[in-house]
Design a protein around this ligand. Structure first.
Ligand code: PDD
Length: 285
């Protein structure tokens, strides 16, 4: 079955789908995106993802290409046409096509691309059952990582470095020695006292949708949560660690820079949060 992509009003086979060579997304990474989980054919946390897309667009003075209701229809149609049961839908908006100039062009229509792809749920569950390895790297991104832009080259480099070290994810460490977030996930640890610790999302990280929902799951499970920065040394001493993202959910971390975290197995809190997650997330009809 050929994969179908939505590009500016058309549903096209991937091989025929494309954008202009002077699209500002291509030339300047002048675009934003969302990755939304699909579970059993349903969008997970669509409202929060579209809210965040609107925020990212607003921060960059970029226009929303269509109403949020219309975007919801397109996302569902792309999921349907690709027959995705479990996977992700990807939405990208760029400032559009214009002669290459640093200044924002006037009167240009934004570009909208929507794709969907299946994920191997059983494989992800197996990964979650054993946990992943993470390395740490110096933070080297711009300050506005709260905006979900397609400018992800530092993140690609970080994840390449992780792979070269036999790890799955890289956590950035800021100049003061505090963990910010992962290359494509938010970072969490659990203290010896059982408190969940994750960095506040006001500065230096993306406010992950999975992070937001996980905070709510934690509250419902009566787990103690401390939203505060934590240092790499504190993470080394943690009894548990995990990451959160739309594509992997709550993902236990069992090794950090080659050191065993806790007892080297996915922790109790991470497992409980993962198990309860979809009971709290918004599952769209
Ligand atoms: N990444 N931090 C970064 C830098 C991310 O790229 C992501 C998501 C997250 C987690 O956000 P959320 O819970 O909303 O997925 C945090 C997506 C999955 C990606 O780029 O593929």
């Amino acid at each position: 079955m050929s994969r179908i992509a939505y590009v500016n009003g058309l549903y096209l086979p991937h091989a025929e789908a494309g954008v202009h060579i002077e699209d500002r997304g291509f030339q300047f990474a002048d675009g934003v995106y969302e990755v939304c989980e699909i579970l059993g054919g349903h969008l997970v946390d669509e409202t929060r993802h579209i809210d965040r897309l609107l925020r990212s667009l607003g921060e960059l003075r970029m226009a929303m290409p269509m109403s949020r209701a219309a975007l919801g229809v397109v996302m569902r149609e792309v999921v349907r046409r690709n027959r995705v049961r479990d996977g992700v839908v990807y939405v990208q908006v760029t400032r559009g096509v214009a002669r290459r100039d640093f200044l924002f062009p006037a009167g240009v229509a934004p570009t909208l691309v929507v794709t969907a792809r299946p994920a191997d749920r059983a494989k992800t569950e197996m990964t979650a059952a054993t946990g992943i390895s993470v390395i740490t790297l110096p933070e080297n991104r711009w300050e506005r990582v709260d905006i979900k832009t397609v400018g992800l080259l530092p993140n690609c480099l970080a994840k390449e470095a992780a792979k070269a070290a036999g790890a799955r994810e890289a956590w950035y460490v800021d100049r003061d020695g505090f963990i910010t977030e992962g290359g494509s996930s938010n970072a969490w640890i659990v203290s010896a006292g059982g408190a969940l610790i994750t960095r506040p999302a006001e500065f230096g990280i993306l406010r992950g949708i999975t992070r937001t929902v996980t905070l709510e799951v934690a509250r419902r499970l009566n787990l103690t949560v401390e939203e505060r920065p934590f240092a790499r040394e504190e993470a080394y001493a943690a009894v548990e660690a995990f990451g959160t993202s739309a594509s992997l959910g709550v993902m236990p971390v069992v090794r950090l820079d080659g050191r065993v975290v806790g007892d080297g197995k996915p922790g109790r809190a991470a497992r409980a949060l993962r198990a309860e997650f979809h009971k709290v997330a918004e599952i769209a009809p």
